[in-house]
Design a protein around this ligand. Structure first.
Ligand SMILES: CSC[C@H]1O[C@H](OP(=O)(O)O)[C@H](O)[C@@H]1O
Ligand SMILES: Nc1ncnc2[nH]cnc12
Length: 292
């Protein structure tokens, strides 16, 4: 057994969490750049917590400029074992309405202007993202949300777009009708892929704010509509987070899905060909297998 450390990445509208004991905002240095903001650490019901606002307090970073690698590395450096991503999203399904939460279990990654891996020349690694989220952690998030009366959809495919503009009507229809996506957002990729490389369990709680632009009764997505729904969703998300320590407990067994062992057979580069400078940067993310 090891110690549970819950990391929460707060999305649009979620810039803090409540009730932490010994709460303090701390700067965390990362060789992968400066994280989106300082990280709020503390304890909730005896469980260590770390909260990072994805866009920074005051919403400084756009989806394309969020420092995804620095954020995941910084959480790993703090000892985080389980990451809950909280995000606003649009819905492609009539039955998935604004105010509902979707526990995402699949992604289609259409982002193109972001660094997507910790690995590269001098240390090549290939992890599986066939099942990109942790089902154990997702189930805990679903239980926590349902306990406070939120309508929760367990499972859904999230289309990650580059943004920052919303989709055209043709794109929205294609993602919904031809590609079978359920929700759309701009931030869960490459975040989920990087969490897997860092051997962190990752669950995505997507809070629906709108019907994107496909819905004949709702017209084009408007930021004013999103912000109005976000305000209500944000407190529900904070309540969900507050329930997680009780559900996850202070001690954790190895992940039954193997998230925490994702690098076991992933590194391809021969030991004598590895770049010492890259290995040094990988100390937190891959130290377990690289012996860094
Ligand atoms: C505020 S609408 C668009 C914006 O909101 C979502 O951000 P996050 O996933 O961090 O909640 C969406 O992905 C866009 O970045
Ligand atoms: N319709 C939408 N498209 C992309 N990102 C979103 N975030 C919230 N609503 C969205």
């Amino acid at each position: 057994m090891s110690e549970t450390v819950i990391g929460v990445i707060g999305g649009s509208g979620v810039y803090e969490i409540d009730g932490l004991e010994d709460a303090r905002w701390q700067a965390v240095d990362s060789p992968w750049g400066t994280p989106s903001d300082q990280i709020l650490t503390g304890r909730l019901d005896g469980v260590k917590m770390a909260f990072l606002p994805r866009h920074g307090r005051g919403h400084v970073h756009s989806p394309s400029t969020v420092p995804y690698r620095a954020n995941i590395d910084a959480l790993k450096r703090l000892g985080v074992t389980d990451v809950i991503s909280v995000s606003a999203c649009g819905s492609f399904r009539e039955e998935m309405a604004p105010g509902d939460f979707v526990i995402v279990d699949q992604f289609i990654d259409r982002t193109f202007a972001r660094e997507k891996s910790f690995f590269g020349t001098g240390c090549v690694a290939h992890v599986s993202v066939a099942h990109p989220t942790c089902l154990r952690l997702g189930a805990a998030c679903a239980t926590a949300a349902e306990a406070q009366g939120v309508t929760v959809h367990r499972g859904g495919t999230y289309l990650a777009m580059e943004g920052p503009q919303f989709s055209t009507l043709a794109e929205s229809r294609m993602y919904r009708e031809a590609w079978g996506c359920d929700v759309i957002g701009m931030t869960n990729m490459p975040e989920a892929k990087l969490a897997r490389e860092a051997e962190l369990c990752y669950a995505s709680v997507a809070m629906i704010t709108d019907f994107d632009s496909w819905h004949p009764d709702h017209g084009a997505v408007e930021i004013t509509e999103i912000i109005a729904t976000l305000t209500g969703n944000s407190q529900k998300a904070r309540n969900l987070v507050a329930a997680l320590p009780g559900l996850l407990g202070a001690e954790r067994a190895p992940c039954p899905h193997g998230c925490d062992r994702a690098l076991d057979f992933a590194v391809m580069t021969a030991p004598d060909k590895r770049d010492p400078a890259l290995l040094a940067k990988l100390d937190a993310v891959a130290g377990r297998v690289l012996g860094a």
